[in-house]
Write a protein that binds this ligand. Structure first.
Ligand code: 26Q
Length: 807
């Protein structure tokens, strides 16, 4: 059901914004002014819906989930909101009267890139589902001035530029100066008992103001609007007048800068926790402001803090917001006078945690000294939590130092945030079946042994409305024509599409719409990067953060193998194919940057050899982001999901590709396993070791040379890397693969190489029969319904948060 508004009103609203904010009329307005004015009218609609929603919430007094996450990778909002409000055509018509193309205005919007990758995009997809399904929810994060860096490739090398999203992005933020809060850092604390009550006093601490900005998120055809509240850090004493008068201008500004830097920029690394003070401050700033906000609202609505667990579920997305545990303890005890046990029970019933990684270097820890210096009261509480827990552990496992060491919240003078989150919350979930099993049996097996009831799985999901309906309108139209429109709100209806698996007409349509999407992508890439790709070639895509475990390098090895074959035999009968890469590397991750360089140099080399390029092309998409994903995924035919089994917690692009009809070429890792179960082995290309085989091989000792010495292909590939591409050799990568340098290839590319090539040839063979391939593609689309974010959210709501829908 569309939001009720007439064309006349839409027109008047836009005119009013243009006039008020820019002093121009429709005719004189620039595209940028139009984008902003149009967006402001949409925000007004959302505010009105929000007002109605608040009235309902007040009447119904329902439990609400608060989703805490350091990242929300929202992307663009204008198009999304117009779709969700059902107003695309109305706005299009109004603008067309002035010869303004709505699509052009979409392009004026910068991405809100407030996230690194999967975890941040998952949070954004979940907000869409929460609003669409009418669950009471609120998200909390930070209003970074700069989101994830912009990637520029200079002579093949990644360089990072600041992501300046706020001019243009700020139209979506509603400032809430009425809800400002204070967050304390540093100093020292004293504890005194006055009249038998604990009184905690702070000394020499620094107080920073948390200013909220609300990002309103519409649901599809629902009147629920979910608020994503983003905190900005501000100094209280903005200006040191005394220093200024004495001419020390830098000092006059110093305090203010120290506070403001907290939300200046998103940390661009998603591979390991580096223990930086500023990151700790960011995390505490988020949780302190958010928990105060939650508690204040609860007291205002219900008067009694003891009922918090009945009305609030606090979800921590990975351990990044885990400090909300000691922070809630602090507020319950110090501000509301509760005793330890009572406070602990409330925390336990309220908090739930999702784990997104099993890789040791990515599990967060914080040095005790750093926590003590930065957050002295939180430090005390964390020590007390651990002390009490260790007493229990010791009782259960007397003199068992191994158990104590593996369960303790403290290890090598560091707090372990995952241990804290598992212990304190009532639920721990992984993000795919395989990942959740690994957590129980391996990563956290000692916790699973003593508290098995906490462990569960919720496989990730994506908002199919954004990732198909909005970004692939041709496929959406075909689905509407064949199975009707119900799939839009209920993705399980996609199963009905399977009826058409032998319908030649539908298969033809699928093939032709894919081809049109490929043409669109080629044109877009030409315009954006001045790169030519041939839409008549097969589009084989790997887009994700660059990380060794995701094995972009394995894909590259395959490409070099094909290159070598073509050099040896230029007449080799090869399906013309284009390999598309998009990936950002953490700025300090040198090896990942070398892989990006290698891809770019192979691409350059191929451009110098037109005969090869006709059959084998490679492109690197600069600055991969949500908006480019929306163009790439609908045009792709093969989706590369080739991480070393056991390492990728879930993957979510695998789901986006699948639902857009691309076939997965992948290992049995993360959600690939469930994709495989859903479509059947004939409709997916699975290769490589299982997670179990990976463990066995690693334990028995992986020797890359063993694989190398038995494979003439690998030898030629290594020779080629030494010889180089476009005049540049890649000795570091050779050393990495062969374990001749300081770092071994822990992700064992060579071990899976032979099978990768074998399965590649099977896939290539199938591709030569377009009908058969289209049928497989149709089956993938039909079976993708279970990977809708709506399904994930229903599971969280029922099994973890215990929510009811708003009526
Ligand atoms: C930690 C400490 C300090 C600075 C940064 C970080 C940090 C930031 C982001 C650590 C990790 C991340 C992001 C992780 C991530 O995106 N994980 C992915 O989550 C997806 C959603 O569940 C999964 O599908 C992917 O498998 C997983 O890799």
């Amino acid at each position: 059901m569309a939001y009720a508004i007439s064309s006349k009103e839409i027109k008047r609203n836009i005119e009013e914004k243009l006039n008020r904010y820019f002093g121009v009329s429709f005719k004189d307005a620039s595209k940028d002014q139009l984008y902003k004015a149009v967006s402001m009218t949409v925000v007004d609609i959302l505010l009105e819906e929000k007002r109605q929603f608040n009235i309902k919430m007040k009447e119904q007094k329902l439990k609400r989930v608060y989703y805490l996450c350091m990242e929300f990778l929202v992307g663009r909002s204008l198009k999304n909101n117009l779709y969700n409000l059902g107003l695309v055509e109305d706005y299009r018509k109004v603008l067309a009267n002035y010869d303004i193309n709505l699509e052009d205005l979409y392009e004026m919007e910068p991405d809100a890139g407030l996230g690194n990758g999967g975890l941040g995009r998952l949070a954004a997809c979940f907000m869409d589902s929460l609003a669409t399904l009418n669950y009471p929810a609120m998200g909390f994060s930070l209003r970074y001035d700069y989101g994830l860096f912009k990637q520029k490739i200079v002579d093949g090398w990644q360089t990072e530029m600041p992501d300046i999203w706020l001019p243009g992005g700020e139209v979506w933020l509603v400032p809430r100066s009425d809800r400002v809060l204070k967050v304390r850092f540093g100093g020292w604390v004293t504890e005194n008992f006055e009249d038998g009550k604990l009184k905690v006093e702070y000394h020499d601490d620094t107080v920073v103001e948390a200013m909220p900005y609300d990002f309103l998120i519409s649901g599809a055809d629902s009147s629920t609007v979910t608020t994503l509240r983003l905190w900005q850090s501000r100094s209280i004493s903005t200006f040191d007048m005394k220093s200024f008068s004495q001419g020390d201008y830098a000092k006059a500004m110093a305090k203010a800068s120290e506070a403001e830097v907290i939300t200046k920029v998103l940390y661009p690394s998603d591979d390991h926790s580096q223990g930086k003070t500023l990151r700790l401050k960011q995390q505490y700033f988020l949780v302190s402001a958010s928990i105060q906000n939650i508690v204040n609202d609860h007291i205002k609505r219900y008067g009694d803090i003891r009922t918090l667990p009945d009305k609030a579920a606090i979800h921590i997305n990975d351990t990044h917001p885990a400090l909300c545990i000691p922070e809630l303890m602090r507020i319950l005890m110090d501000d509301h006078g509760l005793g330890w046990d009572e406070a602990w029970e409330i925390v336990n019933k309220t908090v739930a945690y999702t784990n997104h990684t099993v890789m040791a270097e990515a599990l967060e820890t914080w040095h005790l000294d750093l926590v003590l210096r930065t957050l002295p009261r939180i430090y005390q509480i964390l020590q007390e939590i651990n002390k009490r827990f260790m007493e229990q552990v010791w009782k259960k496992y007397p003199n068992n130092w191994d158990k104590a060491a593996s369960l303790s919240l403290i290890m090598d003078n560091h707090f372990r945030m995952a241990n804290l989150s598992i212990l304190a919350g009532h639920s721990v979930n992984g993000v795919s079946n395989l990942h959740s099993e690994i957590i129980k049996k391996d990563t956290f097996k000692d916790f699973y042994e003593i508290m098995p009831e906490k462990f569960t799985n919720v496989t990730n999901g994506i908002t199919h409305r954004r990732w198909v309906y909005q970004s692939n309108p041709r496929l959406a139209a075909l689905l509407d024509e064949t199975i009707g429109h119900d799939w839009y709100k209920d993705a399980s209806c996609l199963k009905q599409f399977r009826k058409y698996e032998n319908d030649n007409q539908v298969l033809e349509r699928l093939l032709s719409l894919k081809e049109e999407n490929k043409v669109d992508l080629s044109n877009w890439l030409k315009k954006k990067q001045n790169v030519d790709i041939d839409p008549k070639t097969r589009f084989d895509t790997q887009v994700k953060r660059l990380h060794a475990y995701k094995r972009q390098l394995l894909n590259v090895l395959k490409i070099i193998e094909l290159y070598n074959i073509l050099v040896e035999n230029p007449n080799y009968d090869m399906t013309p194919q284009t390999y598309i890469f998009g990936a950002k590397a953490a700025p300090g991750y040198y090896h990942a940057k070398e892989v990006i360089e290698l891809i770019n140099y192979i691409s350059k080399d191929i451009s110098m050899h037109p005969e090869i390029k006709k059959k084998l092309n490679v492109v690197f998409i600069e600055d991969y982001c949500v908006t480019s994903a929306e163009k790439l995924i609908p045009a792709s035919e093969i989706s590369e999901q080739i991480s070393l089994a056991g390492k990728e917690a879930s993957g979510t692009s695998n789901m986006k590709f699948m639902i857009n009809g691309a076939l997965t070429f992948g290992t049995l890792d993360g959600a690939n396993v469930e994709i495989c179960d859903a479509v059947g082995r004939d409709n997916i290309y699975i290769f490589g070791m299982t997670a179990k085989e990976v463990n066995n091989l690693w334990r028995s000792g992986y020797n890359s040379l063993q694989f190398y010495n038995q494979s003439s292909s690998l030898m030629k590939i290594i020779d080629r890397l030494k010889k180089g591409f476009a005049g540049k050799n890649f000795d570091n990568i050779v050393n990495y693969l062969l374990y001749l340098g300081p770092v071994a290839d822990q992700y064992m590319c060579f071990a899976d190489f032979e099978n990768y090539i074998h399965v590649y040839h099977m896939m290539d063979n199938d591709y030569r029969n377009p009908k058969e391939f289209a049928r497989k593609s149709l089956i993938n689309i039909s079976e993708a319904g279970i990977f809708a974010g709506d399904r994930s959210i229903e599971e969280y709501a029922k099994n973890i948060w215990h929510l009811e829908k708003i009526k």
